[in-house]
Design a protein around this ligand. Sequence first.
Ligand SMILES: [Zn+2]
Length: 302
Amino acid sequence: MTYYRILFGLLLLVASLSSHAALRVVTTTQDLAAIAEAVGGEQVKVESLTPGTRDPHFASAKPSMIRQVFRADLLLVIGADMEIGWLPPLLQSARNGKVQPGNPGYLDLSTGVPLLGQVSGPIDRSMGDVHAKGNPHYWLDPRNGVRMAEAIASRLSELDPAHEGEYRGRLADFKQTMASRLPHWSADLAALKGQPVIAYHKSLIYLADAFEFNIVDEVEPKPGIAPSAASLSALVARIRSDEIGLLLMEPHYERRSARYLNEQTGIGIAVLPQSVGATPEIVTYFDLFDAIVAALTSAGGA
Ligand SMILES: [Zn+2]
């Protein structure tokens, strides 16, 4: 009888411990992790599978990542084929039913934002790294950050209804911070409005949409395809004829082409962090835009 009582007591203890345990949230990128932390607070334990210093298109599935996915209660992904090269085998190896696509522990944030750059018609390899679902770099529009935070708060509330009030409260704070910062970023970038610029990769169309500048060309002749001597000289001609003053690129791309274009035309170069964690100072989603705006203004683009 006493054994049963002890056993019952232990079961109650385990049950109460697990109801207080934080939800394990695993994200494919640090941007998702930063938003999940802002909304989840102490109710979540968040880990990103990749660091913000790397090109988010590529990752190699390490055993530590399989363990992270295996233990996850919720997996947050960018989607729109961003992780297509590395996440499916990881999901398969991790054998965690909770976070398989279609289950409540899997949340693809691309489904809740308006995607730009949808390609219609047949797609083949000659077109470069294009995605039928649309361009996956949507976290670079701060307005999409709010949509992502809303989707994460809803899913956390669904998985952990006891703390819905906390999730909703932190979401409201997130939206308020965004509402107070966005006008300042727009004001700082006012001079860039309507200006033609060149981007290295087709990754900054959301940033351009948010702050109303025009990306008229890319250094990559096709997404994911390195520039050639011929494509670079065509770009030199275009920069001169269209009087394009600024080239934007992420830190993980080669700098030789940008230096060449700068030598030939005097075009300004702004190296923009593309993710939270790209530098140690960029800890929150708001820090990311502070850093992007600072890089753009110091490059003389605004
Ligand atoms: Zn891309």
